[in-house]
Design a protein around this ligand. Structure first.
Ligand code: ADP
Length: 399
């Protein structure tokens, strides 16, 4: 007997995250894991269901010299543990879907060419996402490949929130406020619809606070504004990314300091944010327990920017019915949630400290005008659901 499954892949610069879903019914996760440090000192980490001990081991360079060999290693592991599984579809996380893709797409040669053409918009992520698609096409020539875009959820932004005040021609060239983390927002918004349909129909701000961080204003289930813009660099400070800075800083670094554009990019993407401000770590857990002034200052800035953006997003939504936290920090850090929410009664938010400390789903008081919630995100299942949907929509092939 064969079991229909969907494989999901999220290919980063030096990592390949994967998960396997049983798609006979509503997608159910069978396995999840990643290969990290591809091409250097690769490691494999995987959870293959509850009955099997967690796998964690070094790989030889040959086992993961690039995305293609890393995928082959992952597939060998999955085939060994799930011999009855048959992947008819592979769902890929793709950072950029450009101005047009507002839904997941079946990857054809034309779609792949278009995604390649978007690489200049996301040079750090898109080429790796495409490498993942190409590796999967080679490994599963018979399977459907489906691309799910981080930008898609935001594609219905009103124009006023889609443009920059640059010469008009740049909008036509695709220089727009795309917004990212769309798979996470889609999941959280869908969960809200399931558990609190009236809130979902209202004015919601979701704060996705992980190593990457952004916030999204959602009206009636549709994104109307996001803190991220043309790239995943804008908005909130992140683990190592700066978030919003005055573009004049780039001119200063290049013209006065004589840095190259690649150096500036490296500073903005890899040396800034919590790491840059603290000089200690990009990891919130480390900063929370550091007890050092620079770590506290980094946290102060993180919290300050979130509160500031919350005010801006509430203005864009015309009010606020719910604030929802997700992502590693949003789901786990009671302290950060408390620091964000305390003193926000002017916007209708009143945190219940006991509920917050218990990590409840609803953490506002019963008297709070707006709800505060924690909804753990799940980007993989959004990909698995889309993969299943598009697989089922394919015309049946005559035997
Ligand atoms: P990514 O964006 O890479 O998916 P995650 O969503 O896993 O990242 O979030 C990682 C961040 O979450 C790290 O800064 C980590 O310190 C933070 N985090 C995870 N658990 C906790 C916790 N219990 N308290 C505070 N921060 C936490």
């Amino acid at each position: 007997m064969t079991l229909p499954v969907a494989l999901t892949l999220n290919a980063g610069s030096s990592s390949l995250k994967f998960s396997l879903y049983d798609i006979a019914g509503e997608p159910a996760q069978m396995a999840i894991g990643l290969v990290e440090n591809i091409g250097k000192q690769p490691r494999l980490k995987a959870t293959l269901g509850e009955a099997v001990p967690r796998v964690e081991r070094e790989l030889t360079t040959a086992e993961a010299s690039d995305h293609k060999s890393a995928l082959a290693t992952v597939l060998a592991l999955l085939r060994k543990h799930f011999p009855e599984a048959r992947a008819g579809v592979v769902g890929h996380r793709v950072v950029h879907g450009g101005p047009h893709y507002s839904e997941p797409m079946v990857v054809t040669d034309e779609v792949l060419a278009e995604l390649n053409g978007l690489s200049p918009f996301a040079p750090i992520h898109q080429p790796h996402n495409i490498a993942g698609i190409e590796a999967a096409r080679a490994a599963f020539p018979e399977a459907l490949q489906v691309a799910c875009f981080d930008t898609a959820f935001h594609r219905h932004h009103p124009r006023v929130n889609d443009v920059f005040a640059l010469p008009r021609e740049y909008y036509d060239k695709g220089v727009r406020r795309y917004g990212f983390h769309g798979l996470s927002y889609e999941y959280v918004s869908g969960e809200l619809k399931r558990i609190a349909p009236l809130l979902h129909a209202g004015r919601v701000v979701v704060a996705h606070l992980g190593n990457g961080a952004s916030m999204c204003g959602i009206l009636g289930g549709r994104s109307v504004a996001s803190t991220m813009g043309f790239t995943a660099l804008d908005g909130l400070p992140m683990g190592t990314r700066c978030g919003q800075v005055d573009p004049g800083v780039i001119f200063y670094m290049v013209q006065q300091e004589g840095r190259t554009i690649d150096e500036v990019r490296d500073i903005f993407y890899n040396k800034s944010g919590l790491l840059g401000l603290s000089g200690i770590s990009n990891d919130m857990r480390v900063l929370e327990s550091a007890g050092v002034e620079a770590a506290d200052e980094a946290i102060d800035y993180f919290v300050f920017r979130i509160r500031r953006e919350l005010g801006g997003l509430a203005a864009a939504l015309g009010g606020l019915d719910a604030l929802v936290f997700c992502g590693g920090i949003g789901e786990n850090s009671r302290k950060i949630r408390r620091r964000i929410c305390d003193g926000l009664d002017w916007i209708g938010l009143e945190l219940d400290h006991a509920r917050n400390d218990r990590n409840d789903r609803v953490i506002s008081t019963d008297f709070s005008r707006s709800h505060i919630m924690v909804i753990p995100t799940n980007e993989e299942i959004v990909i698995a659901r889309a993969a299943k949907r598009l697989l089922n929509a394919q015309p049946a092939v005559a035997a």
